[in-house]
Design a protein around this ligand. Structure first.
Ligand code: NAP
Length: 244
């Protein structure tokens, strides 16, 4: 039996990276996947690649109208929303001294407010149907901080807090809310990093390698499925043991 048979799943930022691997895994497990992404090129090409059970909606998680329109569209076309993976995220790294206010706001807007908006409107549908799963993309840096990531760490730590609040507020409606905290995962987010740094970071991991997007996708899939039916309010690492 497939883990996500006929479950209607939204994956934000699903055009590439971890989101794409997650969309692919969900499809393999029988899910019906809606890739909600800002980037039309990667979003539509991924949806085409993944076949008839995968569609693409161009949207911006940080824009309330765009989020509401996505949720309405999915509700109208599929009648329900079983899972939302709040995966879309951006980086704009800079030390505190150099980070300007716009850079702070932009990352908070997408990585924190975006998760708030998507959850707020998806949860309305889930509450009505009496079930649902909300999965949020955190990061190991929420726990240990990271040089040059004031905005990103603030967003991820905030997201972990929201995960806990929502698990308390939404549990009585049959909605589970969890976060996943990946470590160093090989995606476009690391493009442009010097080889030397990439190797040094891999060596720091007890399992002695970078994670693959599929490592994270597998955890999202488990958490989205009924196999995780008694797990809520958790932040689960996928980091090769880098933060213990
Ligand atoms: P990625 O390869 O950069 O992909 C992110 C996707 O989200 C892109 O398709 C991007 O579109 C889209 N996106 C950005 N802003 C958006 C918006 N406002 N509305 C809708 N879609 C938007 O990222 P990733 O490395 O797979 O990371 C996915 C998530 O995991 C992120 O939340 C990230 O913070 C988290 N994470 C990643 C790592 C890692 O090592 N890679 C580690 C810890 C946590 P554009 O191309 O148009 O920007």
């Amino acid at each position: 039996m497939n883990l996500l048979q006929n479950k209607v799943c939204i994956v934000t930022g699903g055009g590439r990276g971890i989101g794409k691997a997650t969309a692919k895994k969900f499809i393999t497990e029988g899910g019906i996947v809606i890739i909600a992404d800002y980037d039309e090129t990667s979003g539509s090409s991924t949806a085409n690649e993944l076949g008839e059970n995968c569609t693409f909606v161009k949207m911006d998680v940080s824009n309330s109208e765009s989020v509401r329109s996505l949720i309405d569209q999915v509700k109208n076309e599929h009648g329900r929303i079983d899972v939302i993976v709040n995966n879309a995220g951006i980086l704009q790294d800079m030390t505190l001294e150099k980070m300007d206010e716009d850079q702070f706001d932009k990352v908070i807007h997408v990585n924190l407010r975006g998760v708030f908006l998507c959850t707020k409107y998806a949860a309305e549908v889930m509450r009505e149907q009496g079930s649902g799963v909300i999965l949020n993309a955190s990061s190991v840096v929420a726990r240990y901080g990271n040089y040059g990531q004031t905005n990103y760490v603030a967003a991820k730590a905030g997201l972990e807090g929201m995960t806990k609040v929502w698990s308390r507020e939404l549990g009585k409606f049959g909605i589970r809310v969890n976060a996943v905290a990946p470590g160093f995962i090989k995606t476009d987010m690391i493009a442009g990093m010097p080889e030397k740094i990439i190797k040094m970071m891999g060596d720091k991991v007890p399992l002695k390698r970078w994670g693959e997007p599929e490592d994270v996708a597998n955890l999202y899939c488990f958490l989205a499925s009924d196999e995780a039916s008694y797990i809520s309010g958790a932040v689960l690492p996928v980091d090769g043991g880098v933060v213990v």
